[in-house]
Design a protein around this ligand. Structure first.
Ligand SMILES: [Zn+2]
Length: 185
């Protein structure tokens, strides 16, 4: 089946992390070399910040409680927002239908990411279409009995129609075209 897009996003995240690191280092180097005064000021401010955070300060107990409550709420809010965002992220397994060769195909995925339960339907009346293999003309006809019309056909010498459609689905997942298709469905 298709390469797991999860490993792709992991790769992307690592690349972004490396690039960000390299750019930060380059930024520091440029600042130190060409803007030493600005760099010294920035460095001092950052140092002061760290010292202020780590240093001993006295605050009233009620303020401490308020601060703890406020930061806990803020953290909880961040976690909830992140969770909601993650659940909104599309998964390629939500891509379970598409139009190929004039008819609508629907399928499911197994735990091992294999496609099964592949069926085609009339795009107009949603009637199940039984593909007819025309051996003489080397083609599959997709005829809707309810609409009494030919919805589409596929010219091929390949006798395994399921394999052809699975390859189409696989290609759509690999190319990333599935995202737009799922969003527009
Ligand atoms: Zn129909």
């Amino acid at each position: 089946m298709a390469e797991n897009p999860k490993s792709n996003s992991l790769k992307k995240a690592s690349i972004i992390a490396v690039i960000t690191g390299a750019l930060s280092w380059l930024g520091k180097w440029v600042m130190e070399k060409y803007f030493p005064a600005a760099w010294a000021w920035l460095y001092n401010k950052a140092l002061q910040c760290i010292l202020w955070i780590t240093g001993d300060i006295t605050i009233p107990a009620y303020l401490g409680v308020v601060l703890i409550l406020f930061s806990s709420g803020f953290l909880l809010g961040c976690i909830l927002i992140l969770k909601a965002k993650l659940s909104q992220t599309l998964h390629w397994k939500s891509y379970t239908s598409d139009n190929f060769y004039g008819v609508t195909w629907r399928w499911r995925y197994s735990y091992t990411d294999d496609i099964f339960g592949l069926h085609c339907f009339c795009p107009k009346c949603y009637m199940l279409v039984d593909p007819h293999h025309n051996y003489l003309m080397n083609r599959y006809d997709f005829y809707c009995k309810r609409c009494a019309s030919l919805k589409g056909y596929l010219e091929t010498r390949d006798s395994n129609l399921n394999e052809i459609i699975i390859r189409e689905v696989d290609r759509t997942i690999r190319s990333g075209e599935w995202v737009e298709k799922v969003k527009s469905s």
